[in-house]
Ligand binder design. Structure first.
Ligand code: 3PG
Length: 212
């Protein structure tokens, strides 16, 4: 499973979050992100229509790796899988979520913010995790400290990542990709300014390309 996930993220140094309560809007956001060069998308389960949005995006773009984020329970993970999620992301670590993902042979990235949580994830056989909330949990310094101990773990920092600190995170060798919502600002979505989303995506990938 780790291999599947590494392969997925090695092609996608930035994982944008999609949050919408409307399937057409969700598809438009996804389209803008894909036009901007994104290859992997995370649809967060934070709206009433989130599962519908997830399914609409997977149907519109079957070749794209679309996962579900903010997956809080095993039941959420089951439902997300049934709606086409190709990977699962959680803000924290919960055994039921990890179990459902593992039973369905789907990659899972639980959130961790401490050495204890990371050690639990490690003992569940996980070797790639989300570092969340990355900014408030100590940022790049904390990530480097965790990486020096858990030498075989890769991270996807998310939460407080933006264009200004993206490179600093990506330049840490254990970071496979960074996730975030800065690519899909609410104001741009409300204004139906999908071009702005495309531009932000291009900009983020340009920054990622300058990774040392
Ligand atoms: C997440 O769900 O991973 C976070 O809400 C993303 O955090 P951000 O909004 O700071 O990018």
């Amino acid at each position: 499973m780790t291999e599947k996930l590494s392969k997925l993220l090695s092609r996608a140094p930035v994982v944008p979050l999609v949050q919408s309560n409307d399937r057409n809007e969700a598809v438009a956001i996804a389209e803008a992100l894909l036009d901007g060069g994104m290859l992997v998308l995370e649809v967060v389960l934070r709206t009433d229509a989130a599962y519908e949005c997830l399914q609409a995006i997977t149907e519109a773009f079957p070749e794209v790796e679309v996962g579900a984020g903010t997956v809080l329970s095993g039941a959420h993970a089951e439902k997300a899988t049934a709606h086409g999620a190709k990977f699962i992301v959680s803000p924290g670590l919960h055994e039921s979520v990890v179990r459902v993902a593992q039973d369905n042979d789907i990659p899972v990235l639980p959130g961790i913010a401490t050495a204890t949580e990371l050690q639990q994830a490690w003992n569940m056989g996980l070797r790639i995790v989300k570092f969340f909330p990355a900014g408030l949990s100590g940022g790049p310094k904390m990530l480097k400290a965790l990486s020096s101990v858990f030498r075989d773990v890769a991270f996807m920092p998310t939460g407080g990542v933006n264009k200004d600190n993206l490179l600093e995170f990506l330049n840490i060798p254990s970071v496979v990709a960074c996730g975030g919502s800065w690519l899909t600002p609410k104001a741009a979505i409300e204004a139906q300014n999908f071009q702005a989303i495309e531009k932000l995506s291009c900009q983020a990938l340009e920054i990622a390309e300058s990774r040392g």
